[in-house]
Design a protein around this ligand. Structure first.
Ligand code: SF4
Length: 149
């Protein structure tokens, strides 16, 4: 079984209230091979919601307690992002998922590259909080950008 970002399946869980539909990912769900999960909703955040970025590091540092999830108005949702990551891990372990296909660059789902916390579109190397936690627990993570190549 594969864990996939719910927004890639056309579910309107994105911060804007929209989605990031990817037909290849949706097909995996229709074939019963993948389960859609939205870490930010699982963490208790509403939809639509104000966008967040990681300040002071990457998902790794968030899990270690030295970086935060902030929004442009100064709000801090670090607790919710961490909760969402652990709830996603719980689902992944329950279905014995070995792999996840997640939305690129998201502060939760991004893998390899994420926004840098300045809300300017700049990116840094690193993983979102959920992607990092899944990787730390032996689950392979790739992004929608990889499967589209
Ligand atoms: S947290 Fe992940 S699944 Fe949810 S909207 Fe953001 S990128 Fe999509």
């Amino acid at each position: 079984m594969i864990i996939v970002s719910a927004c890639l399946c056309g579910i309107n869980c994105k911060y804007s209230g929209g989605n990031n539909l990817n037909q290849k990912v949706l097909e995996l769900v229709k074939e019963g091979k993948a389960i859609p999960v939205c870490p930010e909703q699982l963490g208790g955040l509403s939809t639509p919601r104000i966008p967040h970025e990681i300040k002071g590091g990457t998902g790794k540092e968030v899990l270690e307690g030295s970086a935060k999830l902030i929004n442009p108005k100064g709000g801090d949702s670090t607790k919710e992002f961490i909760k969402g990551a652990y709830e996603t891990l719980k689902i992944a372990q329950a279905v014995r998922a070995k792999k996840a296909i997640l939305k690129a660059k998201s502060p939760s789902c991004g893998c390899g590259l994420i926004y840098d916390g300045t809300f300017t579109g700049n990116k840094i190397k690193g993983n979102g909080v959920t992607a990092e936690l899944l990787l730390q627990n032996g689950i392979e993570v790739i992004t929608d950008e990889i499967i589209d190549k």
